[in-house]
Design a protein around this ligand. Structure first.
Ligand SMILES: NC(=O)c1ccc[n+]([C@@H]2O[C@H](COP(=O)([O-])OP(=O)(O)OC[C@H]3O[C@@H](n4cnc5c(N)ncnc54)[C@H](O)[C@@H]3O)[C@@H](O)[C@H]2O)c1
Length: 386
């Protein structure tokens, strides 16, 4: 069995490391830099667990920019981006569609496994255009622990023909060596809906505890006490409840938005209100900072969360834009920013200088570096985790 994975990002690279534990695996990416990193034994993103799986994977894992490798593959997995398109109010899946057609032209025997997040109905439509078996197998990993989450998933969900789905599940489970991982077999649309509702639930939970925290801020109450009191109920549980400046990242905002379009048309308002709640939260944080009347506002880190190595759709960036548009004087401290400015705001490389310049420092998450400057820090990281 030869496996080819398209896309060497969080999902694609983790999937390829997984398959490479058992099968010869090639990951195809348009980025030469990523291909070189992988072929040199590296991980194309920051991941604390990769080292544990690296040695075995490296003997059977290679990367290339060349699509020819799919010609004799048994599985062709697709994990390329599906960005949110504002004009369509849906995912832009044009690249995925093009790739499916190209794979099919080259190799009709390859089982095409879509791992990118797609809208409900997409896999059915695409499967009608090709002779290949197509399955949809969503990924639920978190950036920062992408490899670990792929190696110990809570569940494997596969939509499509039952025999093909069973074969894929067996192939995955032999790599995972986790005979107990539950596998859910479903139709395409059901599997697509699982992915979207799972992320919308997570977004809703973040938005819920942020609304609770906004309430506590408004009434000058201790948010931690209220959350503890609420979450000691075993039906609610003490996890994934730490307030923040808003949910963000690559997946939760776009998946919630796409789902709300579908559910909003027919059934309800809840999913749609999640995005509205998140927008209101960011606005509230920005306005509170303005009310403090600082001469200069410091933005400590643009990353979405602890351990993240990118700024995709981070809530702090919307807050930064709001404050910047309102004429506030801002500075940023972000070691991952390579330029001297970000969206017109100066990036200060020297941490102590950054702290000296800032009258108030916005920190979505508090870490050991910023802790000594607590008297200047504005955060809602009540539990100092997540
Ligand atoms: N990041 C997550 O936490 C996460 C979790 C679950 C699902 N997803 C979904 O998985 C998909 C991929 O997300 P990601 O975060 O891994 O993306 P990413 O941006 O980290 O990686 C995508 C990779 O695909 C490459 N690429 C783009 N077009 C290509 C093509 N035609 N052929 C080969 N390579 C190509 C890019 O160069 C990039 O390296 C998206 O649909 C996303 O919604 C992401």
């Amino acid at each position: 069995v030869k496996v080819v994975v398209f896309g060497a990002g969080y999902v694609g690279f983790s999937t390829s490391v997984l398959f490479a534990q058992e099968y010869p695996t090639t990951v195809v990416d348009v980025s030469q830099e990523k291909v070189e990193t992988i072929n040199a034994g590296g991980c194309p993103f920051v991941d604390k667990d990769y080292e544990r799986y690296r040695l075995k994977a490296c003997t059977q894992l290679e990367a290339t920019q060349d699509i020819d490798v799919v010609d004799d593959a048994a599985y062709a997995c697709i994990a390329i981006p599906s960005d949110y398109c504002e004009t369509l109010n849906a995912y832009d899946t044009s690249d995925i569609k093009e790739l499916v057609l190209e794979i099919s032209q080259r190799n009709q025997d390859a089982v095409i496994v879509i791992r990118s997040t797609v809208g409900v109905g997409f896999t059915e439509q695409i499967s009608e255009l090709v002779e290949n078996e197509v399955v949809y197998c969503p990924e639920f990993l978190r950036e920062g622990s992408a490899v670990r989450d792929t190696f110990s998933p809570d569940r494997i969900v596969i939509g499509g023909d039952m025999d093909t789905a069973r074969r894929l599940a067996e192939s995955m489970r032999s790599c995972l060596d986790l005979r107990t991982t539950p596998v859910l077999y479903a139709t395409y649309a059901e599997a697509e809906a699982v992915k979207l509702f799972a992320n919308a639930y997570l977004a809703m939970r973040v938005a819920f505890f942020n609304e609770l925290d906004s309430f506590a801020l408004h009434h000058d109450l201790d948010a931690k006490k209220i959350i503890d009191g609420v979450c000691l109920d075993p039906r609610i549980e003490q996890h994934y409840n730490n307030p923040s400046f808003g949910f963000g990242g690559y997946c939760l905002p776009k998946d919630t938005q796409v789902l709300s379009k579908v559910t909003g048309l027919t059934y309800g308002m809840l999913i749609d209100s999640i995005t509205q709640s998140n927008d209101a939260r960011k606005q509230l944080i920005a306005e509170r900072i303005k009310q403090l009347g600082p001469k200069t506002i410091g933005i400590y880190r643009l990353c979405m969360k602890r351990g993240s190595d990118n700024f995709r759709e981070a809530a702090i960036i919307d807050i930064l834009r709001f404050l910047h548009d309102n004429g506030e004087s801002l500075v940023i401290f972000e070691p991952l920013a390579s330029e001297d400015t970000y969206e017109g705001v100066p990036v200060i490389k020297d941490f102590i200088r950054f702290c000296d310049m800032s009258d108030v420092i916005l920190a979505n998450r508090v870490d050991d570096r910023i802790k000594p400057f607590a008297d200047k820090v504005f955060t809602r990281d009540v539990f100092q985790r997540d």
